[in-house]
Design a protein around this ligand. Structure first.
Ligand code: KIV
Length: 262
């Protein structure tokens, strides 16, 4: 069984981390057998499974259900449970209850969105035995505050904030951080200075790994984001497409320049 701690250590020595969303047992099995390091039971399921236009309606109970499905299909990947909107922002105690539900369903670690503001909550969870992955940049649960799913980190002030967020999350004990939708130069800046692995999604190549939404890499998304690639376009099966994604992340051939933001 892979562990988040070991993956974090090897990532800091150059082995790229491959993360992919999974929501059910069958695809969890395919992805784990293809070598995906971390199966993210993402709250993106609110969009790709439930058909909503954002992730805000997903509940802890729904996340626990999908986490249990993924756990049944998993072979040896780390299962990362996404903390849904409203389950962790109000208090560290709320966060602990939600994290416990996800871990009892089969998650090995949890991910939560937010920077310095969430650092005390991350510390609270880590001190109580919950491994945490942070998530900064374009955090989808803040879509209404951002005025849409927009690239973040475009001004000096925003870059400074991202640097502060990363430091705060790191000091609080997060094992890794997901960095979403920022210009590639910002990805490089954070990737090269971070002391924990930075896992990019729309953050360029100079980070410690990539995370993608399963439906995007299988070519099932009607309007795919710029930063993804349809790995099923030249493969015959979903398993082969996932394996091609794994190879491309490990071999640093994904993303390419047309798949990141300038
Ligand atoms: O929910 C999710 O799938 C995510 C990824 C987009 C990183 O958080």
């Amino acid at each position: 069984m892979k562990s988040l701690t070991k993956l974090a250590a090897t990532a800091m020595h150059g082995q790229r981390v491959v993360m992919l969303t999974a929501y059910d047992a069958m695809f969890a099995g395919y992805a784990s057998k293809a070598g995906v390091d971390i199966l993210l039971v993402g709250d993106s399921l609110g969009m790709v499974i439930q058909g909503h236009t954002d992730t805000l309606r997903v509940t802890v109970e729904q996340m626990a259900y999908h986490t249990a499905c993924v756990a049944r299909g998993n072979v040896d990947s780390v299962i990362l449970g996404d903390m849904p909107f409203g389950s962790y922002q109000a208090s560290p105690e709320d966060a602990m209850r939600a994290a416990a539900t996800l871990m009892q369903a089969g998650a090995h670690a949890v991910k939560l969105e937010g920077g310095a503001t969430m650092a005390p909550t991350i510390r609270f969870l880590v001190e109580r035995g919950v491994p945490v992955v942070g998530h900064i940049g374009m955090t989808p649960q803040s879509v209404h505050a951002f005025g849409g799913f927009r690239v973040q980190g475009r001004t000096d002030a925003a870059i400074e904030q991202l640097k502060n967020d990363l430091t705060a999350i790191t000091d609080a004990g997060a094992s890794m951080v997901v960095l979403e939708c920022v210009p590639a130069a910002v990805g490089t800046l954070l990737g090269q200075t971070s002391t924990i692995p930075v896992i990019g999604i729309g953050a360029g190549l100079d980070v410690h790994g990539q995370v993608m939404v399963l439906h995007d890499i299988l070519g099932w998304t009607a309007k795919p984001p710029k930063f993804t690639r349809n790995f099923a376009a030249w493969t015959d099966t979903a398993q082969e497409a996932i394996a091609a994604y794994v190879d491309a992340v490990r071999g640093a051939t994904f993303p390419a320049e047309n798949e990141w933001y300038a």
